[in-house]
Design a protein around this ligand. Structure first.
Ligand SMILES: Cc1cc2nc3c(=O)[nH]c(=O)nc-3n(C[C@H](O)[C@H](O)[C@H](O)COP(=O)(O)OP(=O)(O)OC[C@H]3O[C@@H](n4cnc5c(N)ncnc54)[C@H](O)[C@@H]3O)c2cc1C
Length: 320
């Protein structure tokens, strides 16, 4: 069976891999047998091993050294390029984070290959699906040059276990001087709330301008917490100072694709839809029955969010 390289996105806390890696492994299985590629500090592969084995990595290429972890993305692209040259994989699949897309671009240049970013599906014949123009167009594309490189959009593939050997194979790391031009001088772990990461959450509750104040976002957070969800916000809510920009969903914010998206006090502008319309089930709460978000919603509640949301939170909490 053809070998497919999958770049592993490690959990920054050192506790294993991110869910995006499991999604990439699952997507890669359409093309052949996944070989995970771990590039990081010593011990990274050991922490990731069980998850990689459970989700179908037949092999794990281990490129570990203190040095490799001291530079930005260039070493990852170099290690992948070395592996592409030595094992001639059928394809390379990378999680579609900002870093993943940069690695993919560099790898494409190094290997003279075509690459497709933010794909939501990969078919066995290599055809990838992408969502374009704020979701108005579905694109099917195929790489025709070199080794196809794909970045897989978060939450578009459901990780499916497929136990495999995950046999480790060390990779000798030889970094060029060019890869060492930008050095990491410090690492600061971002303070995280106990809520799930927005782009990885299976439920997202987002508030818009209708929430009306930063203080009132507490009712959005309470609903999110009753569901174990992440909190998002529209750009109008962010621009009004109700919630931080890192939580903005939409064209100029994050793209989410959860199982359930609850839009509260959000009108449903095209730029907001661009970041959430691939959600599996969409619920809208809005006092205006003509709000465009209802065109998209699977379930709509017309009412004042200040009444509806606390009631919903109470009912959900009572059932847990
Ligand atoms: C280049 C560009 C990029 C953009 N990028 C983004 C982006 O990434 N993300 C994004 O979200 N937007 C983006 N926008 C902005 C977008 O066009 C909209 O302005 C924005 O999404 C509106 O946010 P909103 O729905 O919260 O506010 P509004 O459109 O003002 O809607 C508020 C809604 O709340 C309802 N409401 C009010 N009070 C209540 C209440 N008490 N109970 C229930 N409902 C209530 C109203 O009926 C209304 O439907 C972008 C715009 C441009 C031009």
């Amino acid at each position: 069976m053809a070998e497919v390289l999958v770049l592993v996105e490690l959990d920054p806390t050192g506790s294993g891999v991110r869910k995006t890696t499991l999604e990439a492994l699952t997507a890669a299985r359409a093309l052949g047998e996944p070989s995970a590629v771990v590039v990081g500090a010593p011990g990274s592969a050991a922490a990731a091993h069980d998850a990689l084995a459970e989700y179908g990595a037949a092999k794990v290429y281990v490129a570990e050294s203190e040095e490799i972890d001291s530079y930005l993305v260039a070493p990852k692209a170099e290690v992948l390029a070395q592996l592409v040259a030595s094992v001639s994989p059928a394809a390379v699949v990378i999680p579609s984070s900002a870093e993943g897309k940069e690695v993919a671009g560099r790898l494409a240049v190094k290997t003279g290959s075509g690459f497709l970013t933010d794909v939501t599906e990969i078919a066995p014949d290599g055809t990838a699906t992408q969502v374009a123009f704020a979701g108005a167009t579905i694109v099917h594309s195929k790489v025709t040059v070199g080794t196809p490189i794909y970045t897989v959009r978060g939450n578009s593939v459901t990780p499916e276990p497929a136990p495999a050997a995950a046999a480790e194979e060390p990779v000798a790391v030889t970094l060029s001087d060019a890869a060492k031009l930008t050095r990491v001088v410090d690492r600061v772990v971002e303070q995280k709330s106990s809520r799930p990461e927005l782009t990885e959450a299976s439920i997202v509750v987002s508030g818009g301008r209708g929430v009306a104040s930063a203080e009132n976002f507490a009712i959005i957070e309470a609903l999110a917490d009753s569901l174990g969800a992440a909190v998002g916000a529209s750009r109008a809510a962010v621009d009004s100072g109700y919630y931080p920009h890192t939580f903005q969903v939409g064209q100029t914010g994050k793209t989410v694709s959860p199982q359930l998206y609850i839009a509260v006090g959000i009108s449903g502008a095209i730029q907001h839809r661009a970041g959430m319309q691939t959600s599996k089930t969409i619920v809208a709460i809005n006092k205006d029955p003509e709000a465009p978000i209802f065109e998209l919603a699977d379930f709509g509640v017309v009412g004042d969010l200040n009444t509806v949301v606390p009631q919903a939170t109470e009912q959900i909490t009572a059932r847990r």
